[in-house]
Design a protein around this ligand. Structure first.
Ligand code: NAG
Ligand code: NAG
Ligand code: NAG
Ligand code: NAG
Ligand code: NAG
Ligand code: NAG
Ligand code: NAG
Ligand code: NAG
Length: 579
């Protein structure tokens, strides 16, 4: 179950907040759910994509920990976990609970607000050059808590990595996030001829602060006295749910973002040497909070292309990126496979959240498409990315029997039910997200029935997604399908912002009118990491992994785009949950 555990931060030094964008005096609020069931007039900017960007950002606000500001838009959220860090005499209150075309969409101030809420907390958690707090929570206590934000068990213990007990991955990843956001606030766009940071968002002072933190954390990651190791070796409490598989990709991505920030060729070469040394080319599989490898080739390509001072060979990285994308689209030695309904599915990863890995690939393809070797490839990547986005926004055969058919069959089937997998976007959207705070319940024993109907609509939350048979059951306790998380939202936010920038056409779900598709549950049971009883039928695959998420925190980097250039956001995940 989702457990609020973790946090990002309040304002630290006043210099950090001085230049934050003023939020509108009349707050922007999500429209009613029926707004997602009526097409727009398809003008530009498209109001439906703008609304989606707004909803996705609103979700992050609903996940805030700590004291909430006057500008809080989520009326049902209260201040919480104010004493985080007290035992170590560090203020770690704030941040986010989890389980990741803003100007065009008129959402830049909310983007700024969302990023600073996370970055300010990370600044607080980085208490000196080689000390970084990486976990706030008690596995034993928090893991079994299901309830609102006013009775979260406390005190919440805090855990750090430091020079003698380092965490190479978590330090490097945090360095990457700081460097990426330094690039954003410092207007160091990769493709500056076309895109730049909106003037209102530029803040050189904040950018410099972030860069200093990035450089210190990178040095700590590379040269800690305790050597290089994954952070669960120093903080075993993070191991169960958020153990990191390795640290080579984090070192590479940190060096890359720093080379972008500084134009330093040596850092770019260092990133390349990590790619070699840690054999990353051979571990090119899924892109998620733990593994950034498929994103590396894209980022190498972008920096090599746009920044000649790093002296890199663009062609090499372009080829590496295309090899990965082609394997997926052409379905030759693909790291994943397609479900009957057309969702890219990574066995072993997608079983515990199917949409996130597919949307991450869509985001990377769309980002990379302008760098493709040919128009043909560009079109191929854009089409594939579109197919995954459309699937998540409702172009899918979510149903009982028909899910066992092919997508074409399902389309022709009268009782096909289409589900856009974003809470509050459309009348057919999921309504039982795995969120204790939104559910209004207090007892994990009766998680699905008390209350029967979700108390607060968690607008803009992307859920885990359907099972491998394209079926979605909307069961609150079935966290692989209904979990919400900071990183689940991240690729959707990027894609929605890109569409807000580029599209006149609506997101797919405005075609799904209320009543046209009756909201029912499929027959039988799901086939995912919680329920295996539903794993029957032609697409059955054995070994759905049971994942026991616990109250653990990691820092993970989620890549997303801002009005056509890269924005990289640090997402800190605090998941929990027994099943
Ligand atoms: C953008 O937001 C501002 C401030 O809330 C508002 O005055 C303006 O009308 C909005 N513009 C659009 C196009 O929504
Ligand atoms: C289309 O709708 C928008 C509001 O969503 C409105 O501002 C615009 O004037 C409309 N355009 C036309 C051509 O009707
Ligand atoms: C860093 O901070 C920790 C406490 O957060 C402290 O124990 C340690 O001595 C500090 N190290 C330095 C070099 O200041
Ligand atoms: C916030 O506090 C109010 C008043 O006590 C309560 O009704 C509501 O459920 C709380 N919200 C959460 C998410 O616990
Ligand atoms: C360094 O981190 C380890 C692991 O979290 C912790 O046990 C130790 O107390 C820390 N050292 C200091 C000086 O705080
Ligand atoms: C790591 O230490 C070596 C040897 O002192 C030094 O040359 C290098 O610059 C350090 N790396 C970083 C990133 O600080
Ligand atoms: C870049 O690498 C490719 C092989 O990947 C090679 O054919 C080409 O000559 C290299 N270009 C330069 C300028 O070194
Ligand atoms: C729960 O929601 C359903 C469907 O919207 C509605 O028919 C029912 O009355 C609701 N039950 C309660 C107890 O609010």
């Amino acid at each position: 179950m989702l457990l609020p555990l973790l946090a990002f931060a309040l304002h630290t030094a006043s210099t950090l907040v001085a230049a934050q964008l003023a939020l509108p005096s009349q707050p922007w609020l999500p429209p009613s759910i029926s707004d997602g069931a009526s097409p727009s007039n398809q003008s530009y900017p498209n109001s439906k994509w703008s609304t989606l960007v707004g909803n996705l950002l609103y979700f992050y606000e609903a996940q805030r920990s700590g004291e909430l500001p006057q500008t809080n838009r989520v009326s049902w959220r209260n201040a919480s976990a104010l004493d985080d860090g007290r035992e170590a005499r560090v203020d770690l209150s704030g941040g986010y609970y989890d389980a990741g075309g803003y100007d065009v969409a008129n959402q830049t101030a909310y983007l700024d607000d969302m990023l600073r809420w996370g970055l300010d907390w990370l600044v607080k958690a980085h208490t000196n050059e080689s000390t970084l707090y990486v976990l706030v929570a008690s596995k034993d206590v928090d893991n079994s808590y299901w309830g609102g934000d006013r009775s979260i068990p406390s005190p919440r213990p805090v855990y750090q990595v430091n020079d003698t007990y380092p965490g190479t991955d978590v330090a490097a990843q945090t360095a990457a996030a700081f460097a990426a956001c330094s690039n954003l606030y410092g207007n160091r766009a990769l493709d500056s001829s076309t895109f730049s940071t909106p003037a209102s968002l530029q803040d050189n002072g904040f950018s410099d602060t972030l860069l200093t933190h990035a450089q210190q954390l990178y040095a700590f990651a590379v040269n800690a006295t305790g050597g290089r190791k994954v952070y669960q070796k120093s903080v075993p409490q993070v191991a169960d749910a958020y153990g990191s598989s390795d640290y080579g990709d984090e070192l590479a991505i940190a060096a890359l973002f720093l080379s972008w920030a500084t134009g330093d060729a040596a850092l770019f070469a260092e990133a390349e040497s990590y790619y070699e040394k840690y054999n990353l080319a051979d571990s090119n599989r899924v892109f998620n909070w733990d593994s950034k490898v498929p994103g590396l080739a894209v980022l190498f390509s972008q920096i090599a292309k746009s920044n000649p001072s790093v002296g890199a060979n663009f062609t090499t990285w372009q080829a590496a990126a295309e090899q990965y994308f082609d394997s997926i689209v052409d379905n030759k030695k693909s790291p994943g496979r397609m479900t009957g309904g057309g969702l890219l599915f990574f066995e072993g990863d997608s079983d515990s959240a199917s949409l996130n890995p597919a949307l991450n690939v869509a985001m990377l393809m769309r980002r990379f498409s302008t760098l493709a070797t040919s128009d043909e490839k560009k079109t191929k990547y854009l089409n594939f990315a579109q197919s995954q986005l459309d699937y998540a926004l409702g172009k899918n055969p979510m149903s009982g029997e028909s899910a066992l058919l092919t997508y074409e069959d399902a389309n022709a089937n009268d009782y096909t039910i289409l589900v856009p997998y974003i809470v509050g976007a459309n009348p057919n959207s999921p309504s039982n997200p795995h969120s204790a705070m939104a559910s209004g319940g207090n007892d994990v024993e009766t998680i699905d029935t008390d209350p029967l109907n979700t108390t607060y609509t968690l607008y803009g939350a992307v859920v885990g997604g359907p099972d491998k048979l394209d079926r979605f059951f909307d069961i609150r306790s079935d966290w692989p399908q209904t979990e919400i998380a900071l990183d689940y939202n991240a690729p959707m936010l990027t894609l929605a912002a890109m569409h807000a920038l580029a599209d006149r056409l609506d997101p797919y779900y405005t075609a799904l009118r209320a009543g046209e598709y009756e909201k029912v549950k499929p027959d039988g049971f799901p086939c995912d990491a919680v329920f295996t009883s539903g794993c029957r039928g032609p697409h059955m695959s054995k070994g759905a992994k049971i994942a026991m998420a616990v109250s653990i925190v990691v820092v993970s980097l989620i890549v997303f785009g801002l009005a056509g250039y890269y924005l990289h956001l640090l997402i800190r995940n605090a998941k929990d949950g027994t099943v």
